[in-house]
Ligand binder design. Structure first.
Ligand code: FES
Ligand SMILES: [Fe+2]
Length: 381
């Protein structure tokens, strides 16, 4: 912790990677659960996943309490059109209420059939009429409701926060909104999602997503086929809430280019890709044609769970004579990109556990990695 506190004070020109133990020690993971995940805004999905009243999804978010790895959370749209986040735990005897995603008029517990409204209020409880509390008052459904979590929407992403005293997210992301707001990504249409696990520390994957340096080498057959991608990349200083960099694609590129029907982007923005991270665990690649995001959570010091989603700009999708074929093509590209990153990122974690691990200086293209590491070091120490 002392070394992390020192690290948090390093300027960019003196910075190196976090101490290797930050990626390998169980104590660090505990501290991250307590100081990061239990207090920060965590991406749970997109508003486009929950369009109608009763649409719900369940999501595992990293937990800081009672030694659990993850807490299950329900995100649901109620009859008033409001999104709510609730602990996915029955108020009777802790049964898990919902699995996966779907649409429901009410939430009915699978164990003893307590029934909750979409705003979390208990409205029915079979055979509870004989039950009285210690003061002799009869059982009353209005005394019981699901535990609500803070929820906020930013640019079409739904975030939850387990800390009832958390400050709102929107103001912390104003500077990022000014950059990525122009894509209007809230309107992008979800086309695919999934969950993966990789054998690496969650921070190694977060750093990799923010690393503008490795692209010319690792992704020379996918993202960097246009030649020297680094010449078209600009990395901006981050804050204690986010980091981002921009890459301008070649006009002849097969992706990353606005469709002719896109009327919201102008100039080079029509072919600019933004790579952004909302700290601690949400990373995204935003393009004029599609959006790819990952929500990361640690399963252990050496394993990360990746919830991912791909969404396509509406005019891009509408213009496809073969939308399924188009989506398959985008997913194929991202599969190849993942296959390029995975061995490297898993190898980094093996390297960090090597007793002779060394850390060299960052390049100017790793500024986002520095911002992320500094954020982690500050919060945890
Ligand atoms: S645990 Fe849900 S009704 Fe009993
Ligand atoms: Fe990569």
């Amino acid at each position: 912790m002392r070394r992390l506190a020192e690290h948090a004070g390093l300027s960019f020109d003196r910075a190196v990677l976090l101490p290797p133990e930050a990626y390998t020690s169980a104590e660090m993971l505990d501290a991250e659960r307590t100081h990061l995940f239990a207090h920060e805004w965590l991406c749970a999905g997109r508003t486009a996943d929950l369009v109608n009243a009763g649409d719900y999804l369940t999501v595992d978010v990293p937990a800081g309490q009672l030694g659990a790895e993850h807490d299950s959370v329900i995100i649901v749209r109620d009859e008033q059109g409001e999104l709510g986040a609730f602990a996915n735990v029955c108020a009777h005897r802790c049964a898990t209420l919902l699995l996966g995603c779907g649409t429901a008029a009410r939430i009915t517990c699978p164990y003893h059939a307590w029934v909750y409204r979409l705003d979390g209020q208990l409205v029915a409880a079979p055979y509870m009429h004989r039950t009285v509390d210690a003061d002799g008052r009869p059982f009353n459904t209005s005394d019981h409701h699901l535990q609500r979590l803070l929820l906020e929407v930013w640019e079409g992403f739904v975030y939850v926060n387990a800390d009832p005293a958390a400050l709102p997210l929107g103001p912390r992301l104003e500077g990022l909104s000014a950059v990525v707001g122009r894509y209007r990504m809230a309107g992008y249409v979800p086309v695919a999602c999934g969950v993966d696990e990789w054998n690496t520390n969650w921070k190694c994957l977060a750093e990799n997503f923010m690393d503008a340096y490795h692209v010319f080498k690792v992704h020379r057959s996918t993202f960097a086929t246009d030649g020297d991608s680094t010449a078209n990349t600009t990395v901006y200083p981050g804050t204690d809430a986010y980091a981002y960099h921009l890459a301008v694609d070649d006009p002849a590129s097969s992706h990353g280019i606005a469709h002719a029907d896109n009327v919201v982007l102008d100039g080079t923005w029509r072919r600019t890709t933004a790579l952004a991270a909302v700290f601690p665990s949400h990373v995204m690649q935003i393009q004029a044609d599609w959006l790819w995001y990952l929500a990361l959570s640690p399963v252990g010091t050496d394993r990360v769970r990746i919830r991912w989603d791909v969404s396509v700009a509406p005019e891009q999708l509408a213009a496809q004579p073969d939308p399924r074929g188009y989506v398959a093509e985008v997913l194929g590209l991202l599969e190849r990109v993942n296959a390029e990153d995975r061995p490297v990122v898993e190898g980094v974690h093996r390297g960090l556990r090597n007793g002779n691990a060394q850390r060299g200086p960052f390049s100017y293209l790793e500024r986002n990695v520095y911002d992320f590491d500094r954020y982690v070091a500050q919060r945890v120490s």
